[in-house]
Design a protein around this ligand. Sequence first.
Ligand code: SF4
Length: 241
Amino acid sequence: METKGKIHSFETFGTVDGPGIRFIVFMKGCPLKCKYCHNRDTWSAEDARLYTAEEVMREIRKYRNFIASSKGGVTVSGGEALIQPQFVLELFKRCREEGIHTAVDTSGYVNAEAVKEVMKYTDLVLLDLKHANAVKHKELTGVDNNKIKLFTQYLCDINKPVWIRYVLIPGYTDDEADLKAARDYLKNFKNIEKIEVLPYHSTGKIKWENLKAEYPLEGVPAPTKEQVMRAWGILSGTAES
Ligand code: SF4
């Protein structure tokens, strides 16, 4: 019997979650509780829509021409997509059969052993680096970063292409010493192809309010363009230290 994925929604013309135009599958359920989460409504899997991989492929095939002409592909996101490894495996096997590029957008808070098979069919991992400081990581996300570090090392061991994503939040993730610690940590991984700094924004706040949950970053501003460029310079090692 085919596995059913617990799905929140689809986005048909994604342009920021991997190369080209992406069909994005937002999965339900997440073990983290990031204070800045802009997909707060994906945390619980209770009200998920259930799809088999073949049912999702039928949706993807409608956009095949756009995907192919832009050198795009399929990205699974969330929530945390890799807590449903069997479903992602079945979906990505089909994508591979049909020549469609595959990417996973993940917090990295997964057991490498449980996703080994999925990684064989994954072309690119979009991996969050939430915080370099272990204590601040726990405060920001609700979990410690040991598991994430092990998974990051595993991706390096199998030489999997990775794009790092760092959300810049004024007062939370923009401390210079923390950025330098993150830069030094990232230097260990030769499989990192790109580092992206994503400016924090509060557009997801409405989802917290709809769930009657208190928004933890009330009043925190978005970073300026200059702050984003500065952080990127440090993380990528191009800024003077
Ligand atoms: S890992 Fe992503 S979906 Fe989960 S809480 Fe953090 S930001 Fe939200």
